[in-house]
Design a protein around this ligand. Structure first.
Ligand code: FAD
Length: 452
């Protein structure tokens, strides 16, 4: 059997790994159009801040190692068309300009997504960057030590925009974040969390311009120097980083497999597309959203990896369904660490589901443990359906690392647990780690009172 895997990031990598695990004698051809395999944008902040020293280390796989494991790795070789009827792909080899067709028995594609462009006047000026992939990582790294850069504007305040803002603020630059929505990180956290984070940002020389998109970039000598917003603000910027969403990289697949109105590839729970021997995974697809059972856009490496494994198992003939996911994610903003999963009050209107929430504040460890021994406050919010009591989402924030709680809430959502199940659920206690009642118990017990 010959399996061709397209794309060497999270989705593609995981598909290759699963095939090697289950049927190592499979003929695997692995294609990447870029000049490097398996760069992980998730590690970009660590590289930009100097924690990881070399850009090439932000990777899981090296071609030599994969060759040794029996994978034919093709770098700078783009699959630019697919012929499902003949089970073949057309390959453009950017190394020497040659072209060829390759036959496949099964094809797994993880073409990913590209950062969205805004389409505003002046977007072709120099020093307007994106933050995705190795090439942008190298360019951004140069700017972190460029003394000509005094003011950085970040467009978009999802987790990528926030990472960009923190990198450049830590590098000593003044940062302005411009955001369409009222609050930063609005898709991840509710107001009681983001109010604190907006102030924390301000304390670190990061200004937030909410409720306003970019209307124009202005510049001099071909280089950007000003971001103009819908509210008429003129924000100085020697460097702009656009982090305003993604577009699936699927235009070239229009006539090959079914796409939805936004260009995302339609796949079933086995990751099969409208062509049964073509499996699609990663940011170019929608994922099953556990709180509602509907499909949703959640561009996360975690999802791409789960889809990659699912696709590979099914391609090898082992029936396996994609697990529903809740968009669990964690991040830090300077001293604060936070995580969230599932539905928040701020995102509830997107779903046809009733929500109610309970917010509690507690200390991380018992009250007798001094603050400076690692006992910060924890803010926790539990969201549930007031009719069925089913848990729908959670958010947590602290200067301590309480983020793992969200993995538990994610599991509770996946298992359709109710507030009652969580209120007295068994969690460990040791004063060095937490309190006799874990913050999740505390929130669920309060929720039961709120529901009366
Ligand atoms: P992509 O990563 O987009 O990769 C697709 C690959 O396919 C590319 O290498 C591309 O060159 C190649 N390709 C495309 N078309 C072809 C073709 N026709 N022929 C050959 N090759 C092709 N997620 C998390 O879960 N946690 C995080 O902490 C996190 N942090 C992030 C930080 C940043 C700055 C960014 C940008 C993203 C982050 N993500 C994170 C999201 C995560 O990176 C994506 O969800 C993940 O990369 C998606 O993987 P993918 O395989 O779908 O596609």
């Amino acid at each position: 059997m010959k399996v061709i895997v397209l794309g060497s990031s999270h989705g593609g990598y995981e598909a290759v790994r699963q095939i090697l695990l289950d049927k190592p004698d499979t003929e695997i051809q692995w294609y990447e159009k870029g000049d490097f395999i398996s760069f992980l944008s998730c590690g970009m902040q660590l590289y930009l801040e100097g924690v990881v020293k070399h850009v090439n280390d932000v990777s899981y796989a090296k071609p030599d190692q994969m060759h040794k494991e029996g994978v034919d790795v093709f770098v700078q070789q783009e699959i630019n068309s697919i012929d499902p009827a003949n089970h073949s792909v057309h390959v453009l080899n950017h190394n020497d300009g040659s072209e060829r067709d390759e036959h496949y028995d099964k094809l797994i594609i993880s073409p990913g997504a590209n950062p969205a462009t805004l389409g505003v006047k002046g977007e072709d000026l120099q020093n307007i960057y994106k933050m995705r992939g190795r090439d942008w990582a190298i360019k951004l790294k140069e700017k972190t030590v460029d003394h000509n850069v005094k003011n950085v504007a970040v467009i978009g305040s999802g987790y990528i925009g926030i990472e960009a803002a923190e990198v450049f603020a830590k590098a000593g630059m003044h940062v302005s974040i411009v955001e369409h929505n009222e609050r930063l990180l609005g898709a991840y956290l509710d107001k009681e969390f983001t109010d604190t984070l907006t102030n924390v940002m301000k304390d670190h020389n990061v200004d937030f311009y909410g409720n306003q998109g970019v209307t124009e970039y202005r510049g001099e000598d071909g280089k950007v120097n000003t971001v103009v917003t819908a509210k008429g603000n003129e924000i100085p910027a020697d460097l702009v980083i656009e982090a305003a969403g993604i577009r699936p990289n699927t235009e070239w697949l229009n006539d090959v497999i079914d796409l939805d109105d936004h260009g995302f590839i339609k796949n079933n729970e086995y990751m099969q597309t409208s062509e049964p021997d073509i499996y699609a995974i990663g940011d170019a697809t929608l994922v099953p959203f556990a709180p509602t059972g509907e499909k949703a856009v959640i561009a996360l490496a975690t999802n791409a990896r789960r889809e990659g494994r699912t696709a590979a198992m099914n391609a090898l003939g082992q029936e396996h369904k994609m697990v529903p996911v809740s968009g669990s994610s964690a991040l830090s903003v300077f001293d604060y660490k936070f995580a969230s999963t599932g539905i928040k009050e701020g995102t509830a209107s997107r779903f046809d589901v009733k929500t109610q929430s309970t917010t509690v504040t507690d200390t991380f460890r018992p009250a007798f443990v001094p603050d400076d021994a690692g006992n910060a406050k924890v803010l926790f919010k539990l969201t549930y359906n007031p009719d069925t009591h089913e848990i729908l989402g959670g958010q947590v924030m602290s200067k301590q690392d309480a983020t793992q709680n969200m993995n538990t809430i994610s599991l509770a959502i996946q298992a359709h647990m109710k507030v009652e199940d969580l209120a007295y659920a068994d969690f460990f206690f040791q004063p060095g780690f937490d309190r006799p009642w874990n913050i999740m118990n505390v929130a669920a017990q309060q929720a039961l009172k709120d529901l009366k």
